[in-house]
Design a protein around this ligand. Sequence first.
Ligand SMILES: *Cc1c(COP(=O)(O)O)cnc(C)c1O
Length: 403
Amino acid sequence: MTVPTQPFSSYDIDSLMFITRRPDIVFVEGQGSWLIDNNGKRYLDFLQGWAVNALGHANPGMLAALEQQARRLINPSPAFYNDQMAKLAGLLTQHSVFDKVFFTNSGAEANEGAIKLARKWGRLKKKGAYQIITMDHSFHGRTIATMSASGKPGWDTIYAPQVPGFPKAKLNDIGSAERLIGEETVAVMLEPIQGEGGVIPVTHEFMRELRELTQKHGLLLIVDEVQTGCGRTGKLFGYEHFGITPDIMTLGKGIGGGVPLAALLCREEFAVFEAGDQGGTYNGNPLMCAVGVSVIEQLTAPGFLESVQARGKQLQTILLKMSAEFGLQGERGDGLLRALLLGRDVGVQIVDEARELSPEGLLLNAAKPDLLRFMPALNISAEEMDKMGAMLHGLLLKLAVNA
Ligand SMILES: *Cc1c(COP(=O)(O)O)cnc(C)c1O
């Protein structure tokens, strides 16, 4: 693959609104687990669009779906059914405990939908109860309501005032959730593994106790599976690990394999939207849904999730070995959503140095300053996984020598 190179200074970067610090490179092409920048340099990609590209870059099945559907029909309007929305909804209900699906364009929008659905249900069935208990350090999106639902430090003030109605419990502390339940409570919402919070798993005990508690009080249990869903943890959906049946689930990221697609799912009895309650111009458009069909068909093909589990074990083994060798704090996570605990705040430095490795770079994320998060393509090869291990090992060696 030859990509014409172009200097960074030739791009009109100044016209872009500043939102975050970014390195002086521009990505122009991707293939599987590899990205190529404006200088033609290759990077082994363990970000994958932020755990979005479940099937890596330029997946042939997704490309075929995108091309064919673009020729057939892009958007007949959300006022009509289309074949791809029905097909994808059917696949999702067939492979989950849910009966009804509403498609959205982002994870935040799916969570907004979950919040609306819970509040609507509270109005109809629980005398107007509207509060949704969420968790400290959780992440549910960047709209005003989903920022209010999130437990990210600082987010309560940055665009104050917040949307009211999201009291925060402590993750894995059932007493802290129970104490928040009152007349106004309608639901509890959580991520099966807190992704942005630093890959913090919910314990099996907590999830099961939460299901019992919500059942006892007649509350909805909402799982935000925007990051943990769609094969990321080695099962199709994260809730499957816990042996529980949630009432509402949101999906995003992996479901579109990189295109803007997300979903709100619920069990039959909670599908209480009435005409006009929910909608959106692009929601359920056949172009994105056709890609989603290709993604879900590939994730549910025989052997696929087993291979995710195998790569997850391989990654875990690599991280544990590194942790032992360099005296780090171990690893956590599940499947191909894992973190290496560094024990000191060198995460950002490692991320920068990994990217700057040459001739090939490595793209990693430090979800917190003292850890590295790994979210590779679910179809990454065993060789590519080992290659990442070798690259990171070299960096840690250097760091240990310089310490
Ligand atoms: C990424 C993420 C979101 C937000 O999804 P967007 O598509 O960025 O709006 C919500 N919840 C969780 C758990 C996420 O990881």
